[in-house]
Structures are given as C-alpha cells and as structure tokens.
Design a protein around this ligand. Structure first.
Ligand SMILES: [Zn+2]
Length: 62
C-alpha cells in the first residue's frame, strides 16, 4: 500500500513536480523549485528530506 506525497521545496515549502512514497530513496538530488528557482541538493529517505547543500545565493557570513 503505497502512499505518494509531493516533495516540498525545503526553502519555500512550495510543491515541486516530484512525488515520493515511503519507500523512495533519493541521494544527492538537485531539487529544482519552480517557485523560488533555486536548486537544492537533497537526500530523501522514508519521506524525510535532508538538505545537503543550500543554494549559494544567500551567503550567511558572520
Ligand atoms: Zn522553493
């Protein structure tokens, strides 16, 4: 019994065009968000999204 969910952009929370289920495993995937037009490198496992690398656009320097 598979349940599919939309993969959400980790930056703005917008739905992307990708659906994942609880047995979907994604590694080092450049997720492109059509809303904020950013690519984020992610891992997905068991519906958990881990951001590997955020876009360089917002550089947080201290
Ligand atoms: Zn986004």
């Amino acid at each position: 019994m598979l349940k599919y969910e939309w993969l959400l952009c980790p930056i703005c929370g917008n739905k992307t065009r990708i659906k994942i289920s609880d047995d979907t495993v994604i590694e080092n995937f450049p997720l492109f968000c059509p809303k904020c037009k950013q690519e984020t490198l992610i891992n997905v496992k068991e519906l958990n999204i881990n951001v590997i690398k955020e876009p360089d656009a917002k550089t947080q320097s201290r």
